[in-house]
Write a protein that binds this ligand. Structure first.
Ligand SMILES: *Cc1c(COP(=O)(O)O)cnc(C)c1O
Length: 442
């Protein structure tokens, strides 16, 4: 028997006794090929990172050229062209007041940086008592302890409560099961009252609010209206609280605009980006912020105000080169506009197959994402018993049928690379409904 030395992420290793692992050998476009040559549609863009397909020739070339010139160099006291070009391009894509870029190497690290920048600003400006963060139910910001302390989903956090910083959870939007009986398209974001109360009562101890704009991914693909963000921006500004937008998953076109914040027309104090920034080829993240926050760290060395935070692979030239080429593709191929018709097709293809199924609670879409929440009874929105692992069974069936359609609880979601064609979308939707039928019947 082959040795099993690897401990896989987000996996109960015992499950592998039953199903084993997909042995990925190569990839091309939306497909992953295993060692036997069987193909799988990458329906989740390899954990939401891939934009332009596997083994994309343009990005592969950019990485190869950079690798033969300069693969990596310390980023303290040294700069290089790929990083400078990327930083300028990112700033150009942001609202006007966002002017500074700090690089890190994964999403959680960017979240930690943003938290430390926000609190560092307080320390450096005589407001050290503002030392807590507010986050939303169903929010997700990564797995390291600081990021995890802003995670509004007990599944991820409960075990580690005793070793995490204590931050403040605010009841956030829940549009599918709206307690106010409103709908996403017709509401005044009444649910903002919870956040508003916390900011009114506790602002003097709060440094920042962190949210995923418009779409909570890991919390179950929950989408909420831009109005919530407008209210949040107004209210945080009024109370002198920073607004940190985690655009790690929403960024780079996934919600239909380059960044989700554009749909609310707001300017945050700090923004985290990662995932799609390199089109899923290399790990890279960045925190972008204002001159005001940057300025609070700018002083004579002996004032001890510098932002002393670093990661070994900060500003990695290969990753920066991949990211610059990713942004070139956005520009050359008019990706945001071209995606619109494809995203509409994705929604139609899923609706056509799922709308009549007796376990469909809601089909929701936003930009290049379509999610189907399966429930035991759509009339009451009663979920399935979690122990039945309904979504997981569907995922297993889909893998057999040739699609990597990873579930999130009982939400089956479609988040393919942008290079998918309309025919491939239909093929994927066919596999999905067949897999649902395998598990739940017609
Ligand atoms: C994935 C994700 C993160 C964490 O990024 P990693 O690179 O996995 O550490 C943080 N925030 C959001 C919204 C994410 O989707």
């Amino acid at each position: 028997m082959e040795r099993q030395t690897i401990w896989h992420p987000c996996t109960q290793m015992k499950d592998l006794e039953q199903y084993g692992l997909i042995r990925a050998h190569s990839g091309k476009g939306i497909y992953i090929y295993d060692e036997q040559g069987k193909s799988y549609i990458d329906a989740v863009s390899s954990w939401w990172v891939n934009l332009f397909g596997h083994a994309n020739p343009r990005i592969a070339r950019a990485i190869a050229e950079q690798a033969s010139q300069l693969e990596h160099v310390i980023f303290a006291g040294v700069t290089h062209e790929p990083a400078r070009r990327l930083a300028d391009r990112l700033v150009d894509l942001m609202p006007e007041d966002i002017s500074r870029v700090f690089f890190a190497d994964n999403g959680s690290a960017a979240v930690e940086c943003a938290m430390k920048m926000s609190y560092g600003y307080r320390r450096n400006t005589g407001q050290a008592e503002r030392n807590r963060f507010v986050y939303l139910t169903n929010g997700y910001h990564g797995e390291t302890l600081g990021a995890l302390s802003l995670c509004g989903e007990d599944l991820y956090t409960e075990l580690y409560g005793p070793i995490m910083p204590r931050n403040i959870r605010a009841q956030g939007p829940d549009c599918f099961r709206c307690p106010y009986g409103r709908t996403r398209d017709d509401c005044a974001c009444e649910c903002f009252e919870h956040m508003e109360r916390i900011l009114e009562e506790q602002a003097s101890e709060i440094t920042a609010v962190m949210v995923e704009p418009l779409a909570q991914f890991a919390g179950g693909f929950k989408f909420y209206p831009p109005l919530y963000l407008k209210k949040l921006r107004e209210c945080t500004a009024r109370h002198g609280v920073h607004l940190i937008l985690d655009e790690i998953a929403t960024g780079f076109g996934r919600t239909g605009t380059m960044f989700a914040m554009e749909q609310a027309g707001i300017t945050p104090d700090l923004v985290c980006v990662s995932k799609g920034v390199t089109s899923g080829t290399l790990p890279l993240s960045a925190v972008l912020t204002t001159d005001e926050i940057y300025g609070a760290f700018y002083a004579d060395y002996t004032e001890m105000k510098a932002f002393l935070h670093s990661h070994s692979y900060t500003g990695n030239p290969l990753a920066c080169a991949a990211a610059v080429e990713t942004l070139n593709i956005f520009r050359d191929d008019d990706v945001i506009n071209v995606n619109r018709a494809k995203a509409a097709h994705l929604r139609k293809a899923v609706e056509a197959r799922f709308a009549g199924h007796p376990n469909v609670g809601e089909i929701r879409s936003l930009g290049f994402i379509c999610a189907v929440e399966l429930v035991s009874d759509p009339a009451t929105k009663e979920p399935f018993d979690w122990k039945a692992r309904t979504g997981y069974q569907i995922y297993r069936k889909a893998v057999e049928r040739g699609a990597l359609l990873r579930n999130l609880g009982d939400v089956v979601y479609f988040l393919p690379p942008y290079v998918i064609t309309e025919e491939q979308i239909d093929e994927l939707a066919d596999i999905a409904i067949a897999s649902v039928t395998d598990v739940l019947g017609e």
